[in-house]
Design a protein around this ligand. Structure first.
Ligand code: NHR
Ligand code: GAR
Length: 223
């Protein structure tokens, strides 16, 4: 049997791009049947652009300030992404809210990784909010992107216990280590035909996904 062609990924970043790099490594190692077709940042100074180029990946900045309106900016991002003919668009630390037209264009073909156990802590500063609330369990979520910010169907979550005295930076580093495992894994499920978007929802192994798959990274977590 011949292997299906690799899934083409276009990755949107705003910063460091460590998730982008973990996905690119999984592609290069053939852990997942995918390839990073291009990386696009909304900031010219995103460190992930250079990191992508160092990995031999085409990387471009599309800067909002260079465009007359949000609609014009988003149209330019769509044009850039579509020139790479992606099967899947991956938000990896992308910090700008996307309008309904953009989301509709990639409906069922766009994922995000969010640093909380959704539906808890949608939006920004998730680690700070989890610590301030006195939570004992925290995590990250891979979800399909819909018009509702951080509200699309969650596929996979990683959970860990917050250590006593742990600060925002330490917690963020441990969450990111989980992200680097769980995001490539989710993309691999799509590349293998296990995970798909059908009837406006996520399906895994031929069944509608009614609840996220969860993995505990440091023993059983209860909340
Ligand atoms: N767009 C849509 N339509 N739906 C989602 O689920 C999205 C999205 C765009 C980005 C990532 C998300 C996250 O994982 C994401 C999911 C940015 C903000 C934000 O408030 C919130 C959530 C996410 C990304 N951004 C500010 C804004 O006004 C700018 C913040 C800044 O530049 O510092 O766009 O958390
Ligand atoms: C990741 O931890 C991701 O969950 C988070 O930003 C980091 C990006 O790191 N995303 C958001 O906060 C989205 N609002 P990276 O650039 O090194 O992949």
């Amino acid at each position: 049997m011949t292997a299906p062609p690799p899934l083409r990924l276009a990755i949107l970043i705003s910063g460091r791009g460590s998730n982008m790099a973990s996905i690119a490594r999984a592609c290069a190692a053939h852990t997942i049947n995918a390839q990073v077709a291009c990386v696009v940042a909304d900031r010219a100074d995103a460190a992930g652009l250079e990191a992508a180029r160092a990995l031999g990946i085409d990387a471009f900045a599309v800067v909002a300030a260079d465009h007359a309106s949000r609609a014009a900016f988003e149209a330019a991002v769509v044009a850039r992404l579509d020139s790479c003919t992606p099967d899947l668009v991956i938000l990896a630390g992308f910090m700008r809210i996307l309008g309904d037209g953009f989301v509709a264009h990639y409906r069922g073909r766009m994922l995000n990784i969010h640093p909380s156990l959704l539906p808890k802590y949608k939006g920004l500063h998730t680690h700070r909010r989890a610590l301030a609330a006195g939570d004992t369990v925290h995590g990250c979520s891979v979800h399909y992107v819909t018009e509702e910010l951080d509200g699309g169907p969650v596929v996979l979550q990683g959970r860990l216990r917050i250590a006593s005295g742990e600060d925002e930076q330490q917690l963020s580093a441990r969450i990111q280590a989980m992200e680097h495992i769980l995001y490539p894994r989710t993309i691999g499920w799509i590349a293998a035909g296990r995970l798909a978007w059908r009837d406006d929802g996520a399906w895994l192994d031929g069944q509608p996904l009614t609840a996220p798959i969860t993995e505990d990274f440091d023993g059983p977590a209860t909340d």
